[in-house]
Ligand binder design. Structure first.
Ligand SMILES: [Zn+2]
Length: 114
C-alpha cells in the first residue's frame, strides 16, 4: 500500500502536472488558430464589403441564416452526421473518404474538413 507523500503520490502528481501542461499547450495552440482564423475572416469580409457593396446587415443576416440551419440560433454550426452513399456507414467529418469503403466524400465542400 503506497504511503501518503511517498514516491507513488509524487509520480502521480508529476503525471497530472504533465497532463495539465499538455492541456494548456493545446489550449494555447487552439487559441492561436482561432486568432489566425478570425484575422483571415476579417480580411475576407473587408475585401468583400469594399469590392461588392455588401453591408454589415447582409453579413449578419447570412450568419443568422446559416446558424439556424441546424434548428437552433446558438452561434454554432452543428455537425451533422452523414452516411456514406456506398456502404451507408457514418462518415467521419475529418476525412475526405469513407473510412470503411474508401468512397470519396463529394459533399464535403470547402469547409467540410475543418
Ligand atoms: Zn462507405
Amino acid at each position: 500500500m503506497p504511503q501518503p507523500g511517498g514516491g507513488g503520490d509524487s509520480a502521480a502528481a508529476g503525471r497530472a502536472a504533465g497532463k495539465a501542461l499538455t492541456a494548456l499547450e493545446e489550449a494555447k495552440r487552439v487559441d492561436d488558430r482561432v486568432e489566425k482564423l478570425t484575422l483571415a475572416c476579417m480580411a475576407m469580409w473587408e475585401l468583400l464589403r469594399e469590392r461588392t457593396g455588401l453591408t454589415e446587415e447582409d453579413l449578419l443576416a447570412k450568419v443568422r441564416e446559416i446558424d439556424l440551419r441546424d434548428g437552433a440560433e446558438d452561434g454554432k454550426v452543428a455537425r451533422q452526421f452523414k452516411r456514406c452513399p456506398r456502404c451507408d456507414r457514418v462518415m467521419s467529418a475529418k476525412h475526405a473518404r469513407c473510412l470503411y469503403c474508401g468512397e470519396p466524400d463529394l459533399q464535403a465542400g470547402a469547409f467540410g474538413q475543418i
